[in-house]
Ligand binder design. Structure first.
Ligand code: CA
Length: 226
């Protein structure tokens, strides 16, 4: 992750650089609004930390020109002025987050994590085997042959995900139990059968040819029928 830090207070800038580097961000620090804009326009950053009161050009103007040039990099604005008008101004000018000074460093790091996550467009992962697909986020089991899908509960999802990551292998009950329910789950031990039966019903419901096969004394495996 590369961060552009635009802050004219040298002490604050160097403290933030150290902090960010410790968190393994790569940081370019500049000290004027004009440099901030130049860097923001030419380099690919994952986020910009932008002060409002800056020599050369203020932070609002830097932000306005960035957005005008279609630079969509997430921006976290810092300012000593904590007024509501400034906050509204910052957000309408296209800032993603507004942090009044003085701020807590943990608050800054949390904001940065939020805005950079929003900024990255990593596609959701889809697991598949035979004619079934499970897409992360949606929590839906889909059959590519019939086009039908069904929503899975949280445990059903975790269980299906584990089978799809290990297709065609007999997975011992204890291993499944441990992965899906955790180590200390004595009380829920028998639930595995229940959840396997739920998943079987859902596989049948979507019209899939994929089966959850039980092998006595060994465990369960995800197989393509026939
Ligand atoms: Ca300043």
């Amino acid at each position: 992750m590369r961060i552009l830090l635009v802050e004219d207070e040298k002490r604050l800038s160097s403290a933030l650089q150290k902090l960010l580097q410790k968190e393994r961000y790569e940081v370019d620090a500049v000290y004027t609004g004009t440099d901030g804009l130049d860097y923001a326009l030419t380099e690919g950053y994952d986020a910009v930390i932008l002060d409002v009161m800056l020599p050369g050009m203020d932070g609002f103007e830097v932000l306005r020109r960035m957005r005008e040039q279609k630079i969509a990099t997430p921006v976290l604005m810092l300012t000593a002025r904590g007024g509501v008008e400034d906050r509204v101004h910052g957000l309408t000018a296209g800032a993603d987050y507004y942090l009044p000074k003085p701020f807590d460093t943990s608050e800054l790091m949390a904001c940065l994590k939020v805005i950079t996550r929003r900024g990255d467009a990593v596609p959701r992962m889809t697991l598949s085997f035979g004619d079934v697909e499970l897409s992360e986020g949606e929590g839906k089991l889909r059959c590519t042959a019939t086009g039908k899908d069904v929503k899975l509960g949280a445990k059903e999802y975790q269980l299906m995900e584990f089978f799809l990551r290990n297709p065609g292998q007999i997975l011992p009950r204890e291993t499944i139990q441990e992965r899906v329910w955790g180590y200390d789950s004595e009380a829920e031990y028998n639930n595995l059968e229940v959840y396997v039966s739920f998943l079987r019903k859902k596989l049948t419901f979507v019209g899939s040819g994929v089966k959850l096969k039980a092998t006595r004394g060994l465990g369960y495996s995800l197989e393509v029928e026939g």
